[in-house]
Unconditional design. Structure first.
Ligand code: ATP
Length: 247
């Protein structure tokens, strides 16, 4: 399935922004192929902007992305970016994930239909297949959007805060699905404020103020010292509670 460069995806000196405002500055990073990378950083650090550049929907001002592979990346946006009133059922929304491969005229094959059912099943929304998106809870809608991303069978699966506002069970299910997608050969990149999810990834990029602060194994990158620095939190006068990484 995965036709990206064997070494993964290279982000080379990427600067990007909106109108004349540059918000991402000279980011050089490596995203390992067939695995999960988490993007961590405070609000406004540039995580969504980097995802948009990786997705190819935002042209960088300078620099380049190499090794994305020939297939169009799948970009699962924050569920708040999807209008509530979209008149679609869950099954129709997940089916839309097949559109890029089908083109305008080809009807979905049995294989396409089976893939749609499988993706709904993996995200636990099969029993909601006939429900309108607008009638779902936030977590159910989020799981539907992830199912739509998976149904695209991308080389590169990008997700913006896929577990935001979800309960423990739904977070665990999405984390399992992302791990599975990585094992199946997809390169998965997600922006998150969920440190547990970030720590489950194979690789992690820490962004602060539009710049890459650190990259590597999440347990090495997400130290309490590094998190304090990018979040601009002063050193505690007395030793505080241990960080999630225990470092
Ligand atoms: N469409 C846009 N037009 C103009 N500025 C934008 C746009 N999207 C984001 N920005 C600005 O770019 C900067 C980086 O935003 P971005 O959404 O990439 O950060 P983030 O790390 O994803 O934040 P969060 O954790 O809050 O989602 C912010 O200062 C933001 O205000």
């Amino acid at each position: 399935m995965n036709n990206a460069e064997p070494d993964g995806i290279a982000v080379r000196g990427v600067s990007a922004g909106y109108s004349r405002r540059t918000v991402l500055h000279d980011v050089t990073a490596h995203l390992p192929r067939s695995g999960v990378t988490s993007l961590v950083g405070p609000n406004g650090a540039g995580k969504s902007t980097l995802l948009a550049v990786l997705a190819g929907v935002l042209e960088p001002v300078s620099g380049a992305i190499e090794g994305r592979g020939p297939r169009r990346p799948a970009f699962v946006m924050q569920r708040s970016a999807v209008p509530d009133a979209l008149p679609l059922t869950v099954r129709e929304a997940v089916r839309m994930g097949r559109w890029a491969d089908l083109g305008l005229w080809r009807r979905p094959s049995g294989e396409d239909r089976a893939l749609v059912e499988e993706c709904m099943e993996r995200l636990g929304v099969l029993d909601l297949a006939g429900r309108q998106l607008g009638s779902l809870s936030g977590g159910q809608r989020q799981r539907t959007l992830v199912a739509q991303g998976l149904a695209q069978r991308p080389d590169l699966l990008l997700l913006d805060e896929p577990t935001a506002g979800l309960d423990q069970e739904a977070r665990g299910r999405i984390a399992d699905v992302l791990d599975g997608a990585g094992r199946e050969g997809m390169t998965v990149v997600h922006a998150t404020h969920d440190l547990d999810l970030a720590l489950r990834a194979e690789h992690c990029l820490l962004l602060g103020n539009g710049r890459l602060t650190a990259q590597g194994a999440p347990g090495e990158v997400l130290t309490s010292e590094a998190l304090r620095q990018v979040w601009n939190v002063p050193e505690p006068a007395h030793p505080g509670p241990p960080s999630p990484t225990g470092r």
